[in-house]
Design a protein around this ligand. Structure first.
Ligand SMILES: Nc1ncnc2c1ncn2[C@@H]1O[C@H](COP(=O)(O)OP(=O)(O)OP(=O)(O)O)[C@@H](O)[C@H]1O
Ligand SMILES: [Mg+2]
Length: 302
């Protein structure tokens, strides 16, 4: 089975800046894949190379075995890209934009599909509205519809929920989940790590143009060997025992959060140290790490 997306030794230089530094990985067909990373990591650059909007300085990308430069037409047909930037032509209406896009892909009998897209993305009552009259969130919805008119088997979403209200975010996730269930490959970039954690089966983390991690979700979460112990304090914790000082994540008048190593720190011993130091508490609970902690540690934020 060919990879949905095969990225081979891709470099992108902008003058002295290396936006992508030897990126090399594959996205399997049918996968719900998360491409994550802080601002400026190189995510959009990589996505724009996939979509043929930016040329790699070195290396290649193929979509279902079609090179995005050499077999650009076939590659483009398999791919729908929702760009991060809201670039649209203000002279057309919503429906005209979708018809034009269909024409570009040679799709003739897709009226029903367009109506379905308008309905799902709650744009039906805006079908004849000119694009310059749409709000930011509505433009984003249109970009999503536009990426899907030709029913691509690989859908790439570059921050699709930026500026989108909560209700539509839910609708959008249900929709992408159903496309995925029907066999589409979904590549998602988002800064909402909880959403990525819920949706994505595999996750790549880019940092400074380099691949910092690539793994399936459970393996990635297991990489972070800590859990948090939260204590509601009933006495001041001004004298934290020395053995716990390097484990303090946050401390305030009424809450102490300790970061404990999963293998090396025993909760019983930690509580005993607190008791000896006369630090009392009324409640405690532990929290397993999520993607946010893994992300922060891999991108050197903690
Ligand atoms: N056309 C360009 N000319 C010069 N530098 C660019 C250009 N496009 C992107 N860059 C730089 O390349 C790096 C990667 O940018 P990119 O847009 O890919 O990041 P990103 O991971 O998508 O970030 P964000 O989360 O903010 O969208 C950044 O340092 C950016 O300033
Ligand atoms: Mg970006």
């Amino acid at each position: 089975m060919p990879a949905a997306v095969k990225i081979s030794q891709v470099y992108k230089h902008y003058g002295n800046l290396t936006a992508l530094d030897n990126i090399d990985f594959e996205i399997p067909e049918g996968c719900f894949f998360g491409l994550l990373g802080p601002n400026g990591a190189g995510k959009s650059t990589l996505i724009n190379i996939m979509g043929g909007l930016v040329r790699a300085t070195e290396g290649s990308i193929s979509i279902l075995d079609n090179d995005v430069n050499q077999q650009w037409r076939q590659a483009r047909y398999s791919l729908g890209v929702v760009p991060q930037e809201l670039v649209i032509d203000p002279f057309f209406s919503v429906i005209e934009t979708l018809r034009l896009q269909s024409g570009y892909f040679g799709c003739k009998n897709n009226k029903e599909w367009i109506n379905e897209l308008l309905e799902i993305l709650q744009l039906t009552d805006k079908r004849d509205t000119n694009l310059h009259k749409l709000s930011g969130g509505m433009k984003r919805r249109l970009l999503i519809a536009q990426a899907l008119v030709h029913k691509p088997s690989v859908l790439v979403l570059d921050e699709p929920t930026a500026g989108v209200d909560v209700e539509l975010r839910e609708v959008l996730w249900e929709f992408t989940k159903s496309l995925h269930k029907d066999g589409s490959t979904i590549v998602l970039t988002t800064h909402y790590l909880r959403e990525a954690e819920e949706l994505c089966e595999q996750i790549a983390i880019l940092n400074n143009g380099k691949l910092a991690a690539l793994d399936n979700k459970p393996a990635l979460l297991a990489r972070y060997p800590y859990r948090l112990l939260q204590l509601t304090l009933t006495s001041a914790a001004d004298k934290i025992p020395e053995s716990l000082q390097d484990k303090v994540q946050t401390i305030s008048d009424n809450e102490l959060v300790l970061r404990l190593h999963r293998d090396h720190d025993q909760i019983g011993a930690v509580l005993e140290s607190l008791r000896t130091a006369n630090i009392s508490f009324s409640d405690l609970h532990t929290q397993e790490p999520g993607l946010e902690e893994v992300f922060m540690s891999l991108t050197n934020k903690i």
